[in-house]
Design a protein around this ligand. Sequence first.
Ligand code: PRP
Length: 213
Amino acid sequence: MEERYLTFALGKGRLANTTLDLFEKLGITMTEMKDKSTRKLIFVNEELKLKFFLAKGPDVPTYVEYGAADIGVVGKDTIMEENRRVFEVLDLGFGKCRMCVCGPASAKELLQHHERIRVASKYPMIAKDYFYNKKHQTVDIIKLNGSVELGPIVGLSDVIVDIVETGSTLKENGLEVLEEICPLSARMIVNQVSMRMEYDRINKLIHDLKGVL
Ligand code: PRP
């Protein structure tokens, strides 16, 4: 029987490039995909029966849940925010950063006293889970789409829930980490049916990746 293609969804951008470098170490090359000028979205490796496509990060868990991709590589932040029915099988170790509650130093008190505050975030589900379920604090969550640090600066919110990598964005805007929610990094996720149907191939891939990480 002809082997079926194993399909990978990669979050566009830095994560995709690092993922391709990692796969290269296993002899899986996708040269065409690394060409920055290409507008192509899907790439096939006929020899290994693999397909790779690029998607917006938050859509990666969606493709994997519905089986349009067997495997996805995406940040833990996106996995938590999207909360899709997929298996998270491997921490790829790159793209390390932290999900944090940040704001001006003066907002520290508001967090300690469990006041009803405004929280701006690109990650409303993560923010809600953290404040409601972990801290048992009722807050108003305001969804933003980027440059979230503006929230406390322009008076939209008291604090933000956002990714902190080097901390320089916070520092340059007079904000700081007030509480740490969790560490983040790139993860490999797998469709629940694919995990059973393609167990040998996927398991070998996980094993090989562990060897080069
Ligand atoms: C992310 C994040 C912070 C910044 C953190 O934003 O939302 O703003 O990077 O990095 P740092 O701690 O190294 O400064 P991104 O650049 O993805 O853009 P966005 O603000 O549009 O989300």
